[in-house]
Design a protein around this ligand. Structure first.
Ligand code: FES
Length: 126
């Protein structure tokens, strides 16, 4: 298993995470499912009506990315930032642009916006 990849509780497709309006436009929000060895943490970044979701686990050494809850972006909101060693990731596809895991990627999570709600799509994002 590579760093940053966890298999824990997976909510069923259609499972509602929150209303889109509960994620600030240009910001993000974290979610945790299950506990113990089944614990799974993900986060969602919002750009207008679009959402991008990833496992909350850095591909470098597997730590959570946020330094305080729901703070997943760098200062200008242009990239996802790992708070541990400063890796920067593209919001759109999780590709690591700089830092110790440059060239690696965050693990995408399949989510969608339906009727104003952010929901799980199940499986991995494509
Ligand atoms: S754990 Fe994320 S950059 Fe090191």
């Amino acid at each position: 298993m590579r760093h940053g990849w966890h298999r824990g509780v997976t909510p069923a497709p259609g499972y509602p995470l929150c209303a889109l309006a509960e994620i600030p436009d240009g910001g993000g929000r974290g979610f945790v499912f299950g506990g113990g060895t089944e614990r799974r943490a993900i986060f969602v970044v919002r750009r207008g009506d679009r959402v991008f979701a990833y496992e909350n686990s850095c591909p470098h050494v597997g730590t959570p990315l946020d330094w305080v809850p729901d703070q997943f972006l760098d200062r200008d909101g242009a990239h996802i930032l790992c708070s541990t060693h400063g890796a920067l990731f593209r919001i759109e596809d999780g590709y690591c642009l700089s830092g110790p895991c440059a060239g690696d990627r965050l693990s995408q999570v399949a989510v969608a916006v339906r009727d104003g709600m952010v929901v799980m799509r199940g499986g991995t994002a494509s």
